[in-house]
Design a binder for this molecule. Structure first.
Ligand SMILES: [Fe+2]
Length: 297
C-alpha cells in the first residue's frame, strides 16, 4: 500500500530500500525552509479555528515543527490547551515545571535548577529534550512559548531530526545501524539533576516508536556523556556535528518574539547565549514537554 510505504515504519528499516526511498523523496520534495520559518497566526490558542488547526498540522507533517504567533495572552493553561488540540495530552513532569507541568525557562527562574544551563543565559548546544531520560520516559514533542525575549541574543536553531537521519543514511547506512544500538549513548548518573538524582541511562540515538515515528535521542555536549567506542559511531557523530553546524544546511535559526511559540516533534535544537540588561524584563519562555507524539505520521 502506497500510504504504508510512505508513512509506516518500513521507511526506517535499513534493508527496506523502496520504503525509505519513497519516504525520503516525498520528505525532501516537501521541504521548504522559507515556509518553515513563517509563523501561523492564531487568534485564540484555547480555541483554534479549523483553518488554524489545518495550517499547524500541515506544517508539522512537513517539517516536524511549526512556529505560531498569537496576539492574546498565553499562559500555561492556554499552552496546554493548544497542545491538547494537537493531540498532546501526557505531559512529561519535571522538577522545574510548575504543578501543571509547564516550566518557566528564565535566568535563575527555577531555584532548584539555577546551575543548569537552560536556566542561565549561556548557550545550549544541540540536543533533543529528555536525552537523559530512559526510553519509557522519552519526550516525543515539546512546545516553547515566548513571553519576553532577551535584549540581545537567545536565538534558537532547529534541525528536523528526520533530515539528519536522511543525511546520515545517505552518506553511510552503517552509521544508522551504529546509532541504533541500545547502548550507543550513555549519560552517567547525576546526583543533583533537575529532576532529582538519576542513575546512568544508556540508549539508542535513533529508535522507531510503536506508532512508526522516528525518535532521536542526542546531545552534542562533550562532558558527562559516553559514546560507544566503535569507529562507525565516532564517524557518525563527527559527521552529525558538521551537519548541524553547516550554515548552508537544513538548520533553521529563529528568535521567538513575545507572543510567538514553536510546537515540534522534539527535533534537534540549540540556543545561542543571550544578555539582558533589565532584570525585571528578562527573557522568559514557557515550555511544555510531552510523551505523546504529534499525530503527523
Ligand atoms: Fe531543549
Amino acid at each position: 500500500m502506497y500510504e504504508e510505504t510512505i508513512s509506516g515504519s518500513a521507511r526506517f528499516i535499513l534493508h527496506h530500500g523502496p520504503g525509505y526511498r519513497a519516504w525520503r523523496a516525498a520528505k525532501l520534495r516537501a521541504h521548504d525552509a522559507a515556509a518553515a520559518v513563517s509563523p501561523v497566526e492564531i487568534r485564540d490558542p484555547a480555541r483554534l479555528s479549523p483553518g488554524e488547526l489545518c495550517r499547524l498540522r500541515d506544517a508539522l507533517a512537513r517539517d516536524n515543527l511549526v512556529f505560531y504567533a498569537c496576539a492574546g495572552r498565553v499562559g500555561g493553561a492556554e499552552l496546554r490547551s493548544l497542545g491538547r488540540q494537537l493531540g498532546l495530552q501526557r505531559l512529561d513532569y519535571h522538577l522545574c515545571a510548575d504543578p501543571s507541568g509547564v516550566a518557566t525557562i528564565t535566568d535563575g527562574g527555577a531555584q532548584a535548577a539555577g546551575e543548569f544551563i537552560p536556566y542561565t543565559p549561556r548557550a545550549l548546544n544541540w540536543h533533543t529534550d529528555g536525552y537523559y531520560q530512559p526510553a519509557e520516559r522519552c519526550v516525543r514533542a515539546f512546545m516553547l512559548h515566548c513571553v519576553a525575549k532577551a535584549q540581545q541574543g537567545g536565538a534558537n536553531r532547529f534541525f528536523d531530526h528526520e533530515l539528519a537521519y536522511i543525511a546520515l543514511r545517505d552518506r553511510e547506512p552503517r552509521w544508522i545501524e551504529a546509532l541504533s544500538q541500545r547502548d550507543v549513548l550513555t549519560i552517567p548518573g547525576h546526583a543533583v539533576a533537575p529532576d532529582a538524582a538519576r542513575p546512568a541511562v544508556a540508549g539508542a540515538v535513533f529508535s522507531v516508536c510503536d506508532d512508526g515515528g522516528l525518535h532521536m535521542r542526542y546531545t552534542a555536549r562533550k562532558r558527562h556523556v559516553v559514546w560507544k567506542d566503535q569507529s562507525a559511531v565516532l564517524e557518525a557523530i563527527a559527521f552529525l556535528h558538521e551537519l548541524l553546524d553547516d550554515p548552508s544546511g537544513f538548520a533553521l535559526r529563529y528568535t521567538l518574539q513575545p507572543g510567538e511559540g514553536v510546537v515540534c516533534a522534539n527535533v534537534l535544537h540549540s540556543r545561542e547565549a543571550y544578555h539582558d540588561d533589565m532584570p525585571l524584563r528578562r527573557r522568559t519562555l514557557l515550555r511544555a514537554r510531552y510523551r505523546d507524539s504529534l499525530p503527523v505520521h
